[in-house]
Structures are given as structure tokens and as C-alpha cells.
Design a binder for this molecule. Sequence first.
Ligand code: ARG
Length: 458
Amino acid sequence: MEKMWTGRFSKQLDKNADDFNSSIHFDYKMYRQDICGSMAHAKMLGAQGIISEEDSKVIVEALKKILEDLDSGALKFDMNCEDIHMFVEQVLTERIGDVGKRLHTARSRNDQVALDIRMYLRDEAGTVVDLIKKLLSSIVKQADAHKSTIMPGYTHLQRAQPITFGQHMMAYAMMFLRDIDRIHDAVKRMNVSPIGCCALAGTTYNTDRVMEAKELGFDAIAENSMDGVSDRDFCIELMSACATIMMHLSRFSEEIILWSSWEFQFVELDDAYTTGSSIMPQKKNPDMAELVRGKTGRVYGDLMALLTTLKGIPLAYNKDMQEDKEAVFDSIETVQKCLEVFAPMVETMTINKENMYKAAQRGFINATDLADYLVKNGMPFRSAYKLVGQLVARCIAENTVLEDIPLEEYQKLSPLFHEDVYESIDLKNCVERRTSEGGTSPKSVEKQIKMVMERLKV
Ligand code: ARG
């Protein structure tokens, strides 16, 4: 098939070079955005008298039909085309002849592709936000059901202080809320229209870039034509937000994997989100969580790949930039797939309260509370800390716990100990009393849930 840019060439592109050069096998995904962009362009050309109103209408109608035919499958992509832009223009010209050839006035594929990616990613980013919201609602359901479920909280993966499972869940809710903010923020800068920047220098035609931008739902236009065609910051920002989402999902995955191990047995994943082993009949593997953790590397890689591609490119457009699409599409699709499977996996996960409580009982996680008890009765914190440390060491040597030390023994160490010491180190009380803002108490968890629910409404 003849290329659209054949004019100055005397022979055809080498077959391998042609395949190497073409991007239709991945940029076909932007067909809707490409066609909508072209419709807006044709309208603007007509309104400005650059082409006749009549031609403008014919082009818009034909583009509408192409979109319909692609949606319905009546029209198939021609994978021999160089890219989606060439494909659409080729079909248009086949269908309406010379009028179709007027569409590419006062634009270039350079501003066209920049426009298409921005529009495509804007839509995909919206899908990511919706998926994060679904995950948040699964997290909130677990948190609400377990706002009083006691478990050990860890630092250094050593049992530290008693917390509620609800509090642990809500920590993830906060991360995913920030992820939504990050995406919204990236979309803000993405939603700037490059169309009309043309090849790199703008155009001599009397175009109306603002009209075109408005028609396509952009908030502003790129203020410098060279920047307009060569800026891919919005891809980097979105990919960076994607990498952060994956980092959060990966940490969450790691905990779920750990918690569902035989050693922990804090949670059990639903059969629908686990797999068996081909040889070991007893196995129930958390494959989904492991895959999410694994795919995190891939999304980080996409970000690094594009950052590296962009770093040495002189202004303005260079073909290197065609490499943006596979990386950014892969990032966004991977994040979407991960979120799709993660939300129901979290929602259907069963929590083993008894095991969590058992684990909370034997790790001296109420030692801080015992020290705080002495402090409230007048002892300086450092002295209380030391005394409790010695008590813990003694308990370990005698294979006992703080709850089982008789009152007389306590009182031998300090007259500040009274009968109510046991109540002060009761795990339930330890948790319920942590009512400071953002603390682990069920009341505080409830407050966090309410805040997140409010955010989910908008
Ligand atoms: N397929 C190209 C890309 O994705 C479209 C822009 C091509 N522009 C050009 N001057 N060759 O970047």
C-alpha cells in the first residue's frame, strides 16, 4: 500500500524497516480519541473558513461513521498502516475522496499524537480512580467489620503494640486516597491541548486552538508549540502515580501473603483468589497477591524506560517518542488489572480473629501500657521503661506474661502498682484507650471510615 508521505521518495520502505517503524499494533487503542480529535479539527477548520463548511460537515459525518464501524467491528484495523492516524485518514479518503484529504490542514501527526495520548490517558486515569474507589470500599468494609478486632501491630516485624485490624486496614485506605489525589493532580496538567501546535512551530492558518480545546474538553492550550509537541511529562507523572499505586498494592500483598501463611494464619483468602499446587495437595497459594507484588517491578520498569527514553531527546518531536505508548499503556493496564482482582480478593478475605488475638497475647505488646500505667501514677517515663524492660526479661526467663505476675510481685518492685494494673494492660483496654487523633481505638477507626466514605461520594 502506498504511504501518505510518498511524494519525495523514489522507492518503497524496506519491509522489516516498515514493521519496525509502525505503531498501529499498539496505538490502534487510541482510535476513538483520534477520530474525536479529527472531528473537532474539521469543525474548527470549517468555522474558521480554512476549509468550506460543506467539506467540514462531510468530513465530520464520515468520521462519525468510521467510529461507528470500528466500534461495531464492521471496519477492521489495517495493520499494514503506519499508525492509527494514517489509518483513519486513509479510510476517510477512501470513503469521501479528495474532501478527506483536506482534514490534515493546519495540523501534523506530532500535535495529533500528543492530543490523542492526552485524551486516551485522561479516560484511562478516570478508570483507575474508579477502580481505586472500589478497592477503598472493600477495605472500608473489612475495617468496619473489624474495628474492634485485636491483633499485634508490628515494627521491624516484631510485635510492638496492640492494634485493631480496622486500624491496619485504614492505613491502606489513606494510601489509596492519596493515590487518587496524585492521579487527579496528574490529570490537571495532562488536560492541556497541544492541537494546533502543528509540526513544531505553529501554523500560518488562522486556526482557533481554544475552540478546538474546548470542543475536546481541555482546560487550557499548550502555550508553546515546541513544548506542546514534545512534552510527555504527563505520561511520566501518570506512570509515577501508577508506580506508587503498585508500591502500595505490593506492600499490601506482602502482608496478605504473610498473614495467610501457616505460621501466621491471620487471614484466609477465598478459594476464588487462590490456587493449588500441581504436586502438593495441601497447598493453597496466594498467587494473585504474589502476582501483584511481582507486577510492581514491571510498572516501575515502564516508568524508568520512558524517563530514560526522554532524557536525551532534542526538541521537538523525534521518533523516539513513539516509545511512550507501550510503556504508558502497559503501566495503566497493569494497574487496572491488579486493582480489578485486588478489591474482591480483599473483600472476600476471612479474618481469623482468634489467631490474631492469640498472637497479640504472647508478645508483651502491652509493655508500653504497663510503663504508661506507672507514669500516670507518678513515675518518670524513663524509669518506668527500665522497670518494665526488666520485668519482660524476667517473664521471658520464667516463661510467663505480664498479665500473670501476682500483685505482690509487682508491688515488691514499686509501690505505684495497684490492683487496677491488670485492667491497664488488658489488650482490649489498651486498644480502646488509644483515642488520640488517628489512633487505633475503634472510635478513631470509625472516624477514619466516615472520612473515607465521604471522600468516596465525590
Ligand atoms: N506514530 C507516531 C508516534 O506515535 C506518530 C507521530 C509521528 N510523527 C512523525 N513526524 N513521524 O509518535
